[in-house]
Ligand binder design. Sequence first.
Ligand SMILES: C[S@@+](CC[C@H](N)C(=O)[O-])C[C@H]1O[C@@H](n2cnc3c(N)ncnc32)[C@H](O)[C@@H]1O
Length: 233
Amino acid sequence: MNKELDFVKDMFDRIAPKYDFLNRLLSMRQDIAWRTQMVKAANLQKNSRVLDVACGTCDVALEVSSQLMGHPQIFGLDFSFGMLRLGKQKLINQDKKNIIILNADALNLPFQHNIFDAVFIAFGIRNIMDRQRAIKEFFDALKSGGRLAVLELTTPEKGILRSFYLLYFQKILPMIGSFFSKDNNAYSYLPDSVLKFPTPLEFSKIMKQAGFKNIRFKQMTFGIVTLFVGNKP
Ligand SMILES: C[S@@+](CC[C@H](N)C(=O)[O-])C[C@H]1O[C@@H](n2cnc3c(N)ncnc32)[C@H](O)[C@@H]1O
């Protein structure tokens, strides 16, 4: 594994115990609504086969399971053991036997091609530098007619809101994050990685280059989060 991937993996291993708590706190519980919207956008059926890439503590996989209430086959994949360990505990506590979790890299998915009805990645693509390759992996894993849904933190593009957001994100959030997680690096890395993330139009182009069609995006909560959806023809 290269240094950049090691850095991200180690960081998530370290912050895992505080991850869910800080997610809810720093997003003022908006993260739950954002994931709900993402899963709805995939238009799943009861027997859909679903992959949640960079599943972390399994919140997306659990949302899929609760929206479908049937027995969809759900796979969650992440390269951080620390995050998966907490996810596994949540699955046991909620008795979710239809969610299978795997320790693997999003850049080398351990699946055959053309087998998933939907692939999700929430707040994960920002951490993957070779986005083009990752999106191509997701494209290959999907069946024809399948859908990719990507949820990611983005930066409001202009106006006073952008100034407020930058103040919160660059000054206040790292202080709260490092206080609770006792990790200075992780919550400084967060604003850096978000500010470096492409604009919604630029990211849509990456999806297009991988082969996706009918790409659309929806900015939520004043543009601090964007949901991207694309179809495999
Ligand atoms: C911000 S967390 C998001 C977790 C979860 N999807 C959520 O909605 O809360 C990002 C996750 O991406 C994982 N990740 C980052 N790069 C990865 C890669 N190349 N392969 C697999 N997992 C990766 C990290 O380990 C971490 O659990």
